[in-house]
Structures are given as C-alpha cells and as structure tokens.
Design a protein around this ligand. Sequence first.
Ligand SMILES: NC(=O)C1=CN([C@@H]2O[C@H](COP(=O)(O)OP(=O)(O)OC[C@H]3O[C@@H](n4cnc5c(N)ncnc54)[C@H](OP(=O)(O)O)[C@@H]3O)[C@@H](O)[C@H]2O)C=CC1
Ligand SMILES: CCCCCC/C=C/C(=O)O
Length: 499
Amino acid sequence: MENLLTHEEYKSIARGLLLPTTAFVDGVYRPAASGATFETINPATGEVLAEIAACGAEDVDFAVGKAREAFEDGRWSKRAPPERKDVLIRLAKLINRNARELAVLESLESGKTILDCETVDLPETIHCLKWHAEAIDKIYDQVSPPSDNHIAMIVREPVGVVGLVLPWNFPLLMLAWKIGPALAAGCSVVVKPAEETSMTALRVAELAVEAGLPKGVFNVVPGTGPEVGEPLGRHMDVDMVSFTGSTETGRRFLRYAADSNIKEVVLEMGGKNPCIVLEDAGNLDRVAAHVVNGAFWNMGENCSATSRLIVHADVKDALLARILAHAREWSVGDPLDPGTRVGALVSRAHFEKVAAYLDAGTRTHLGGATEGGAWVHPTIMDVEPLSAAAREEIFGPVLAVQTVQGLDEAIALANETEYGLAASIFTTDIKRALRGARALRAGTVTVNSFGEGDISTPFGGYKTSGFGGRDNGLHAHDQYTQFKTIWVDLADDDDEAVG
Ligand SMILES: NC(=O)C1=CN([C@@H]2O[C@H](COP(=O)(O)OP(=O)(O)OC[C@H]3O[C@@H](n4cnc5c(N)ncnc54)[C@H](OP(=O)(O)O)[C@@H]3O)[C@@H](O)[C@H]2O)C=CC1
Ligand SMILES: CCCCCC/C=C/C(=O)O
C-alpha cells in the first residue's frame, strides 16, 4: 500500500496523539457529573491508554435534555436539506483530513490492524457519511393515489432524539452507519460508544461541531452498558434507539423500550454465518482466499464473519489444503505494524472467551496456539454439528468446518442456527446458486464471494440477528424517519360532510 507509513512512523504518531477523554455534550467536552473515570486499555500492550469519563444516568439525562432542546428549536431538524448536506459533507472532509490520527487512535483502542483502519475503516466511514449527505436532498415525500375529493400527502419527519449504542469491533464505521442517516434525517443523537473504544467517537463529535453542526445535535456519553446504555434505553424522552452488539444485550433494549415509552428499537446483532462450498465451486484457490478473508479479517470480530465452513466431501481435502496455505500468510502481530493482518483481540476478557473455544473441535488443522497479550492465531477446526463451537458466536479468528454430501443437506445445516445475518455459497451452477441463496435464511447472501454488500445495500439480519430495520442504503433513512399522513378534503364548502 503506497500510502501506508512504516511501523516506527505509526508508533511515533501514537505517542503524540491528543486523547479525547471526557464526554462531549452540547458542543463541549465535559467530565462525568460524578467525576468518575475508567481505564481504557491498549489490548496489544496491556497498557492504560487513558482515563475516560465514566458517565451515568445524570449525564445521560443532561445529554438527552440538550439533544431535545436542539431538536425542538429546529436548529438542525428544520434546516433545509441542502444545508444539512453541506455540513455533513464538511464533516466527511474533516474526517478525511484527520484520517491518519483517527486510524491510529482506532487501532490503539481496539487492537484492529492499522492496515485495515487505513484502508477500510477510515475510507468506508468517510464514504458512508458522504453517501448519506448526498442523499438528503434527493429523498422525496409522497402523495397517495389521488381521488376527486381528497389529496393525501405522506411526509417524512425526523424521529426526534435518538440513542445510538455502539459496539467495539468497528467503532468508527458503526458510528458512521448510524449518525449518517440519523443526522441526514434531522435527528439529534446521543451516542454511547462501547467502553473499550470511546475515543474516536468523541473526536468525530468535536469535528462535527467544527464542520458547522449546531451544538447539542451530536452528543457522546462514554461509560458502561449498565451505567449509560440502560438509562438511555429507558429514557422517557428518547424517541428511538439503534443498537449494534450482542443478541443478549439487544433483547435488553426491547425490554427497556417496553418498560418505558415504547421507543422504536432497531437491533443489529450477532451471527454464526455459514459458507457453503459445493463440489462444483470451481477455482478452489480463489474460494479459499474468500473463506480466509471472511473468517479472519478483523480477527473474526465481525458479526458477518464467515464462522462456519460447510463443504462438500468431494472437495473438502483440496479446499482445506488451500485454506491452510492462505491462512498461514496472515501474519499475527503488533496492530501498528502495517504488515500485520491479525491484530490483538479487543480485550483480555474477550481473548479468554475466544481462547476457551480453541479446543472445542474434533480436529484442529491450524492455529489453536496463543501467545501472550490478546492474540489468537487463525484457527480452523472440524466440529460436531451440535457442539458449542458449531452453534455459538465465537467472535474470534476461528473457522468451524462441517462436511456434507449435497446442496439440500448443506442448506439444512446452514439454517440450523438461531442467527440469520449473513451467508455465502460457492458453486459455478447459477441455478444451484440462486436456489441456495433463496433458501438461506440470512439478511445478506453472497454468491462466489465473501462480503457485506456496500453502502447502497441494506444490512441486517433474520431471526435473532436483527430487529426493526436495516443499516445502510436508503433503507437506513427509514429508521430515523416518521411517516406522517396529511389528509386534505377537497370537497366544496357546501358539500355534505362525509366521515
Ligand atoms: N453484532 C456485532 O457487531 C457485535 C457482536 N458482539 C457479540 O457480543 C459479544 C459480547 O460483546 P460485548 O461488547 O459484551 O457486546 P454487548 O452487546 O454487550 O455491547 C454492545 C453495546 O451495548 C452496551 N451494553 C452492554 N450491556 C448493556 C446493558 N445491560 N444495557 C445497555 N447497554 C449495554 C455495551 O456497553 P459496554 O460494552 O460499553 O459496557 C456496548 O456499547 C461478543 O463476543 C460478540 O459475540 C459484540 C460486539 C459487536
Ligand atoms: C467494509 C464493510 C465492513 C462491514 C462490517 C460490518 C460489521 C458489522 C458488525 O459487526 O456489526
């Protein structure tokens, strides 16, 4: 990559970074009301990076109040769409101008590789914000099929004050997936970043004010799930929550909503994503490259990671040989080294969760060993269909392999999961590919590739992987919009009134 720096240069940038550590509410940084802090740790070294404001219910209440004030006086919600567009495009440009520092900050907090931060997370974050900004003034209201005696308009309105609860695996990109359409729609937001990765969201909120976003529209309240996430989920003046994270926590947000003001809830949750490789898959080396990328990219800390390989017995050995060859090329190491493909897992606690699965297979082909810190080598193992390793979301670089004799068996096995986020199928027969894609119960199915689609395609899950809406695409704007019907009677003043 020609634009990448050297390992030493990245380390030098890391040493010089100014770290944002307090909440960002109503346009300024401020400590938690209690004055409490918590440590944020660099998972690659175990060192404390910073002490972050440990906010609580009082801070959430304050931030929601400021967001409400901003929403009601219309300083953003009633601005003309082209004006909102200009501000968000300026924000995307400012992120671009600060991309290197943000990439290093993201890598330091999360253990993600600088290679991915520089070449995927930052470019995709910028692209996402621009895409939603550009969409703002191209989304039309509607008029229902007309009749002689009435006209009905269906107008979009911003949903109001929105809580955005984020995960740690793509801190910037998930922020962009949510603030892009939410701010485009005219909402005010209160962001709760994951406690492992608060700092990039804080910095982006500061850049947003520099871009011209009025104060109070974009607030970030760092802290733990129970201390910040729950009060946000239960707040009577929050109109909607959009959440990405585990299915277990997603369920809690449904309860919070039911117990409070029945706010709208959109949930993007876990996955145990199958990749079916049939005997007619074609070039197995190409297939192997996709499987390895799907399974080990971002250390497998990806809700749509390929975590189950369901392979036809006739090609299993040949495919595995190629998968092992590709996986061995994924170097494990310091996330700030641009040659590293597999960085550190996000935390020691998460490392321990993933490591506990490493002996769960019936035969391990590669990996399994770990070395200090929070590193797990790409691991490929055969598993029994009903085993925990075959069913549970591991969220690490672990690929569980199962063998089948045909398409129907493969589909049945692929669908035998509580999740339904993503799936892929490899075959050179278009009919089998489409039959398979239709039968797989997942929000995104890729054929002869691994991927999540792009900003133009909706992203979300079936079954316990998703609820209430989709991220990405114009579909994401619907999450943050209310539809209002305005019905106008066209009858003459002296016509009989009909109900
Ligand atoms: N679908 C996805 O993209 C993701 C899936 N996961 C899955 O979840 C597992 C656990 O990871 P984890 O970080 O604990 O994921 P969580 O679902 O717990 O975290 C996601 C967000 O929800 C917050 N949260 C946690 N508990 C509560 C609560 N009781 N009330 C309100 N908000 C809460 C978290 O806060 P905080 O962490 O700051 O306390 C974080 O901001 C992973 O191993 C993986 O399997 C994890 C991340 C992303
Ligand atoms: C370049 C696209 C990356 C998409 C990652 C999607 C993951 C979402 C999640 O884990 O929640």
